[in-house]
Design a protein around this ligand. Structure first.
Ligand code: FMN
Length: 197
């Protein structure tokens, strides 16, 4: 049975969700799961905030610490996979593509706009994943007393990851008929194909 919907409609709906979720912590697509390939080919995932998205360029952006393990992994393999799920529309979006860092000057402009609490994730004294003797947040002991300007040092650790989606899989669950399509990008052109859900 077919779902009586054009592939382009479901594709557009999926991107509508991505754009609605970007920068919106209350939206199901505002948080996403990002996978990269770690050492020994092990897939590694983590939750990240979707900060912004560009439908035309098929770009997704998130902020991260340049010293993190994911950053190291991206040097060896810059393919990153994003996963989203929206329980209201019952749409899952999974997409991957090559990933690069936004140039440092542009990232610095983003960093400068972050409030002090938003800088915490990039402000640990040692790189993320450094072993500790005891429970500790890794921030300077006097973090609470630091003025905003005194947290500027964290800019060196702050990066914006830009993933240009080149292949995606959209699944829409439905009581009557589940539907699923693949989208592959050649240049700026997308080829959409229904596949068996
Ligand atoms: C709700 C939530 C949101 C998060 N958002 C981000 C984020 O936007 N960027 C980020 O680098 N890590 C974020 N994290 C932390 C990551 O999940 C992960 O622990 C961290 O980036 C280290 O990952 P890595 O060791 O694979 O590099 C978030 C975690 C949670 C639970």
């Amino acid at each position: 049975m077919n779902g009586n919907i054009a592939a382009l409609d479901l594709w557009t709906q999926a991107w509508d969700l991505i754009l609605a979720g970007a920068g919106n912590g209350d939206h199901p697509f505002g948080l996403t799961y990002v996978a990269s390939v770690g050492g020994q080919g092990v897939p590694r995932q983590r939750t990240v905030v979707l900060r912004s998205a560009d439908r035309e360029r098929a770009e997704l952006r998130t902020y991260t610490d340049r010293r993190s393990i994911k950053a190291r992994e991206l040097k060896a393999n810059n393919l990153v996979s994003y996963l989203f799920w929206d329980p209201d529309t019952r749409i899952q979006f999974s997409g991957h593509g090559p990933t690069h860092w936004l140039p440092r000057t542009e990232a610095r402009e983003v960093f400068d706009q972050l409030p002090k609490h938003g800088r915490k994730a990039y402000a640990t004294q040692q790189p993320p994943s450094t072993p500790l003797e005891r429970a500790d947040d890794g921030l300077p002991p006097d973090w609470a007393e630091l003025a905003q300007q005194q947290t500027d040092y964290a800019a060196a650790n702050f990066g914006v990851l830009v993933t240009r989606i080149q292949y995606a899989d959209v699944l829409r669950l439905d009581r009557e008929h589940n539907l699923r399509l693949t989208a592959s990008r050649g240049g700026n052109e997308w080829t959409l194909r229904w596949i068996v859900p």
